[in-house]
Design a protein around this ligand. Structure first.
Ligand SMILES: Nc1ncnc2c1ncn2[C@@H]1O[C@H](COP(=O)(O)OP(=O)(O)OP(=O)(O)O)[C@@H](O)[C@H]1O
Ligand SMILES: [Mg+2]
Length: 317
């Protein structure tokens, strides 16, 4: 079913450099969340803090009643078993074939027999469409296949929470679409809680149930996909629509002159909110909301043309 992660007042610095402060959000059980933010805003640091690889300076991260910011090493070890992680660089062992790479966590953390391990590895390789490549070395396959092998490895311990750090970086648009479909299908199948860090705006707009945006050392906004995609808040609007006009500049923040220069520029209207990507078997995910339901509940008129394929469900919103 996946478990909830409750983050409260979390801050992280390295030496004197504050990375982000006072981050508060609840990542709902079984839902898909995307975390966005300009490069260097600490998205990878956030993921590493969630699994206890980095210690926050302040705040709490409560998972199944345990605060991993302050618990013992022993409790942390147990909590970590709930996680499957796909690191930004794939983190495959270059000298091991894909089979051994995917089997690694099982050999490391369980006492399963080699025949049990074989069943699990083959099942996960099948899930990500890599059957038949078990003998290949990571260096012999494409970047997209390496990502999928990384996902298979992240799934072997049946995680309740899966963290993906830029699963789509370096992939061509077609492979990114396949990967997004794979992520949605996996979520439907294993019902775990998913948190995806990405720079791909299309992924952010179509895949998750919820979106967060880290900007300028804090969490600018976190909430349902429709809330952020209909938001007029300048930073959220600029980032989710990949626009140059707005408070975000090349180096984090624009200065007063730059902002003054663009103050009379008209912002283009918000683009329509797209339909959320559905599992390929057509059966909705458990945590999926009806298109337009957040807007309707909150009396927000979505941009014209939103949820086009299913306008009947949004009329009157
Ligand atoms: N172990 C560390 N020690 C010191 N500083 C670190 C450490 N890890 C990360 N940082 C710093 O924290 C900041 C955030 O890094 P992080 O990798 O989380 O950014 P990011 O948002 O993931 O960026 P990108 O989108 O480029 O992946 C950077 O300034 C980085 O130099
Ligand atoms: Mg990163």
């Amino acid at each position: 079913m996946g478990v909830e992660i409750v983050v409260d007042g979390l801050s992280k610095s390295f030496g004197k450099q504050l990375i982000w402060g006072d981050v508060t959000l609840t990542i709902p059980a079984g839902e898909i969340c995307v975390m966005l933010g300009p490069s260097g805003t600490g998205k990878s640091v956030f993921l590493k803090t969630l699994i206890g690889l980095l210690k926050p300076d302040k705040g709490s991260i409560v998972i199944e009643g345990t605060d991993i910011a302050s618990c013992s090493e022993r409790d942390l070890y147990e909590i970590r078993k709930l996680f499957g992680v796909l690191f930004q660089d794939g983190a495959m062992f270059g000298s091991m074939n894909l089979y051994d790479n995917v089997a690694f966590p099982l050999r490391e953390h369980t006492k399963k027999s080699e025949s049990e391990i074989r069943n699990i590895v083959m099942e996960k390789m099948d899930l990500v469409g890599l059957l038949g490549t078990e003998d290949k070395l990571p260096g012999e396959i494409s970047g997209g296949m390496r990502k999928r092998a990384g996902i298979a490895r992240g799934l072997v311990l049946d995680p309740e929470i899966v963290l993906f750090d830029e699963p789509d970086s370096g992939l061509d648009p077609v492979r990114t679409s396949f990967l997004n479909q794979l992520i949605v299908d996996l979520n439907a199948q294993i019902d775990a809680t998913f948190l995806i860090v990405t720079h791909d705006i299309n992924t952010a707009r179509t895949v998750p149930d919820n979106i967060g945006l880290l900007y300028h050392k804090h969490l600018a906004m976190f909430g349902p996909r429709e809330m952020l995609l209909s938001s007029e808040e300048p930073v959220v609007r600029q980032f989710l629509n990949a626009q140059k006009v707005g408070p975000i500049g090349m180096s984090e923040e624009k200065d007063a002159d730059e902002l003054e220069a663009e103050k009379d520029q008209d912002l283009p209207p918000l683009p329509p909110i797209p339909m959320q990507l559905e599992p390929s078997n057509g059966i909705p995910r458990r945590s999926q909301r009806d298109p337009g339901s957040w807007c309707k509940e909150h009396d927000v008129t979505p941009p014209p043309g939103s949820f086009e394929e299913n306008m009947s469900m949004t009329t009157g919103a």
